[in-house]
Ligand binder design. Structure first.
Ligand code: AMP
Length: 192
């Protein structure tokens, strides 16, 4: 049973690694970005609310995001553990997650950060934008998302480092190599 987070800048491949880790460890992966995108596609009230922020490369407001995650973490499939991908991204979200976990009688085992150089990320994201046509992947928006990561999400990482649960993995390299590093780092960190 493992409860963990994966944190990384946009373009670091955290979604891909999250899917592999969740399959390898038999825990559900919960991606806030995927939940938002599904709601945008389905034109739900949540999707309509989130879309304008996502298109601008901004964070969806904490009030909206926190409620969504709180609801998701009450579902029965998280009882065997979970991997949260893309949450928390702000220190207010860190506090909210701590509160949710405390009320569920749960604790985090490990927080994994994927690291990568900004210029490499911009290159990757521009390539992905051309392939997938994501509306949040033009260069201005990409740089804005990276700035937000440095300003708002690095303090999140620092909080988990202080708490002694952070492991860092180099996210540059072939997908399989990065997965090997990630699995080794997780196994080294927690008594699985
Ligand atoms: P991602 O796929 O994780 O890069 O998320 C795509 C977009 O969804 C982000 O750029 C934000 O607009 C929104 N989003 C995802 N997770 C969060 C979060 N924890 N807080 C605020 N906005 C989020």
């Amino acid at each position: 049973m493992t409860r963990m987070l994966i944190i990384g800048p946009p373009g670091s491949g955290k979604g891909t690694q999250a899917e592999r880790v969740s399959a390898g460890m038999g825990i559900v992966a919960i991606s806030t970005g995927d939940i938002f995108r599904a709601n945008v596609k389905g034109e739900t009230p949540l999707g309509l609310e989130a879309k304008k922020f996502m298109d601008a490369g901004d964070f969806v407001p904490d009030s909206v995001t926190n409620k969504m995650v709180r609801d998701r973490l009450q579902q029965p499939d998280v009882a065997e553990g979970f991997l949260l991908d893309g949450y928390p991204r702000t220190t207010a979200q860190v506090d909210e997650l701590a509160d949710i976990l405390t009320s569920n009688g749960q604790e985090l085992d490990v927080v994994l950060q994927l690291t990568a150089d900004d210029e490499e990320l911009v290159k990757r994201l521009l390539g992905r934008a051309a392939d997938l046509g994501r509306s949040d992947d033009n260069e201005t928006v990409i740089r804005h998302r990276l700035d937000l990561y440095h300003e708002q999400t690095e303090p999140v990482v620092a909080r988990y480092a202080d708490a002694g649960v952070l492991v860092q993995v180099d996210g540059i390299g072939a997908i399989d190599e990065v997965t090997e590093r990630v699995m080794a780092a997780i196994k080294g960190e927690s008594a699985l």
